[in-house]
Design a protein around this ligand. Structure first.
Ligand SMILES: Nc1ncnc2c1ncn2[C@@H]1O[C@H](COP(=O)(O)OP(=O)(O)OP(=O)(O)O)[C@@H](O)[C@H]1O
Ligand SMILES: CC(=O)N[C@H]1[C@@H]2OC[C@@H](O2)[C@@H](O)[C@@H]1O[C@H](C)C(=O)O
Length: 400
């Protein structure tokens, strides 16, 4: 058993999800026990700095260095706090804070960098290791990208190890700022799986980013509430409106939704500029704020359902939702309606916390990294090969 802390702040930039996890076994025999999970909100000024960088604001190298270390300090504090009342963790897996993600094949035309992707997560692991005294694995995406992959989604293999079912096929649908899916065919295997089966299992798995989940909704809520609200609690506001199907269909015709996997995205595409264009287009239909929220919710729903129908050979037997959007009851209801007769539940109902699944995944990936187990699924990320994910930042007093 290895006690690991998983840390991530996602594209919503709502705070650091920290999970203290006991990891047992390796892949097909993997088991995790969530000892403690907590979200540590960013201080308001740090959050607005991060959001402004994510929206493309220029930053000097000195400012970049300061931001990197300010984030690392918040991550280290989260790690120390989550384990304060428990036996100490041996390892930290820190995803960091994504501030820029350019998928492979999307280099700017005048760039000399070719078609390789680039993804930048701040909160350097070396500082987290020094501040906590715990060996820290960080920079999980770069090795996959260097191998020609998108660097995302990475959680798919952990989804497979923890959630695959012998007799039914599943889609594990994350509803964060951005949405992503892992498709898990029925394994056909009983309880006693041996190590080699992960490769059989890996064969039928697919996964990709589905597009915006909450990123545009959050921007809309902030806009219509004059900055007094950050999200549509429970989806109540959207539920009082009516989706404009014509707009949803227009938006769904865009390139990202038609592009076949492997694919990944971020706030660079589904961020402030995209939302501003949505608002302009919504004006043509005379929509109320509630109607705009309902329409953006419907875009999330339609993009997910359309991508399953287009990129899977058959619809799954069951969908398990996770991420903050699984608390949005209107979004969940619309997904249930559009996916009918597919059953829509949450990963919590399958024993894996909707709020801490990503943090748990990076704890597992860190444990795999130190044991030399590759963490990417090439058919998901598009990498040429499976690779070890993450850089190990040791700490001299780590094992004292
Ligand atoms: N009670 C709630 N009602 C409605 N929406 C909610 C609720 N709780 C969280 N959310 C939504 O979930 C979002 C955060 O989800 P989550 O923390 O899974 O995203 P993330 O991890 O930052 O993003 P990603 O998975 O893309 O990296 C919030 O921004 C909000 O829109
Ligand atoms: C670059 C980046 O941080 N991508 C995230 C983001 O958030 C959701 C979606 O976009 C996703 O695929 C990915 O995160 C998860 C944790 C992943 O890599 O599996």
């Amino acid at each position: 058993m290895t006690r690991v802390i998983g840390l991530i702040s996602g594209t919503s930039v709502d705070g650091i999800d920290a999970a203290l996890v006991d990891v047992v076994g390796s892949q097909t025999d993997l088991k995790v026990q969530l000892v403690a999970g907590k979200t540590f909100p960013y201080p308001a000024n740090l959050r607005s700095q991060i959001l402004s960088v994510c929206s493309g604001s220029a930053l000097s190298m000195a400012e970049l260095a300061e931001l990197d270390d300010a984030i690392a300090q918040e991550f280290a504090t989260a790690a120390l706090t989550i384990q304060a009342e428990y036996d100490r963790a041996e390892l930290i897996g820190s995803h960091g804070q994504t501030v820029y993600h350019r998928p492979a094949g999307k280099a700017q035309k005048d760039s000399a960098s070719g078609l390789m992707g680039y993804s930048l997560q701040l909160g350097r692991g070396a500082l987290i290791a020094q501040l906590t005294g715990i060996t820290t694995v960080s920079n999980f995406r770069v090795a996959d990208i260097a191998a020609g992959g998108q660097g995302a989604p990475l959680v798919s293999i952990v989804d497979a190890c923890l959630l695959a079912e012998p007799n039914i096929s599943l889609c594990i649908q994350n509803l964060g700022g951005i949405g992503n899916v892992t498709y898990l065919p029925a394994t056909g295997k009983g309880e006693n799986k041996d190590e080699s089966e992960i490769f059989n299992l890996g064969d039928g798995i697919s996964g990709w980013d589905t597009g915006p989940a909450n990123s545009l909704l959050d921007l809309a809520v902030q806009h219509f509430s004059g900055g007094t609200k950050t999200c549509d609690e429970g989806g109540a506001w959207a539920a009082s409106g009516t989706p404009c199907q014509a707009l949803v269909e227009d938006w769904l015709a865009q390139e990202f939704f038609r592009q076949a996997p492997p694919k990944s995205t971020g706030r660079e595409l589904f961020g402030v500029d995209y939302f501003d264009r949505c608002l302009v287009e919504a004006e043509g239909y005379n929509l109320s704020p509630a109607d705009v929220l309902a329409t953006l919710t419907e875009l999330t729903v339609a993009s997910i359902v359309h991508s399953y129908q287009t990129f899977l050979s058959a619809m799954p037997d069951r969908v398990l939702l996770c991420g903050g959007g699984s608390h949005n009851l209107y979004l969940k209801r619309r997904l249930q309606s559009q996916l009918h007769p597919v059953q829509v539940l949450t990963t919590s109902e399958a024993g894996l916390s909707v709020d801490f699944k990503e943090a748990i995944a990076f704890a597992v990936l860190a444990a795999w990294r130190v044991r030399g187990i590759p963490g990417n699924l090439p058919q998901v990320t598009g990498a040429r090969t499976s690779v070890l994910l993450g850089e190990i930042n040791s700490c001299w007093h780590s094992w004292a």
